[in-house]
Ligand binder design. Sequence first.
Ligand code: AMP
Length: 307
Amino acid sequence: MSLLVIGTMAFDAIETPFAKVDSIIGGAATFITLSASFFVQPVNLVAVIGYDYPQETVDDLVRRGVNIEGLQRKTDQKSFFWAGKYHNDLNTRDTVATELNVLADFDPVLPDSYQGTPFVLLGNLTPSVQMQVIERMKDRPQLIAMDTMNFWMDIALDSLLETIEKVDLLTINDEEARQLTGEFSLIKAGKKILTMGPKYAVIKKGEHGALLFYEDQVFVAPALPLEEVFDPTGAGDSFAGGMMGYLARQGEVTFDNLKNAIIYGSTLASFCVEDFGPRRLLTLTKDEIRQRYLAFQQISAYNQTLI
Ligand code: AMP
């Protein structure tokens, strides 16, 4: 089944404790589409880029089964730009700059061929634009998932809350879940998100894995114990792309499918952090994904022995 994705396509400047890069392609939709395309095709992309976003990357996405009918290029403006600096733990970061550029007046276009897409992932971008996508889908998709970040909580909380109310699944990182709900406990935060509209909530905890909430159940997914994390940028988006790519491939949303989906999401995220920006995703193969997916079970499997 197909997947519709919206999100930023950007240039990033990234500083980690080990290295620095002034300009590399990034943006939520770049990571999401690359990750999701391993699972499902077409991935129907809705996004806006400026004159500076490389055509080779767009061509590469097309070769990977991404439908770009809904991708707009503004030839007189720059692409979205984000600069971030990671702390020593690599789990937390400061946003140093956010320049909306083309995103400032983005009016998302949903081509007719995208209508009827059963799975929708509203990647990180302006909440009112995420809402427009929901409104412009003529039929209610089977599953609408949404990702967001603190930037939008700070500047557009009301419209963010209105959009959250309309979606089925929210993915959010731990720090942002605390900010959104006012709860320090992530278990309380997850449960509170389920009272805000979504039926499912996924709280991403970086190198500590992810929590999936559904009704009164919680599923805990580990993160792979990697010796080296090079650059966490895009890990959350790769997670969301892998998760939704898998669900769209399966075509059915059950709690069991969701558990597998977040293991695939964690798998994609674990690759993403191995190099700057989306570089590692560009060389990734399906075989590597399969092997690492299996490794996830190994790290927490044990024979039960009751005392
Ligand atoms: P992640 O590390 O998964 O949270 O995503 C990092 C990506 O999100 C970067 O490539 C940025 O270009 C993009 N990004 C940063 N800030 C925003 C924002 N406010 N809205 C949308 N995308 C953003």
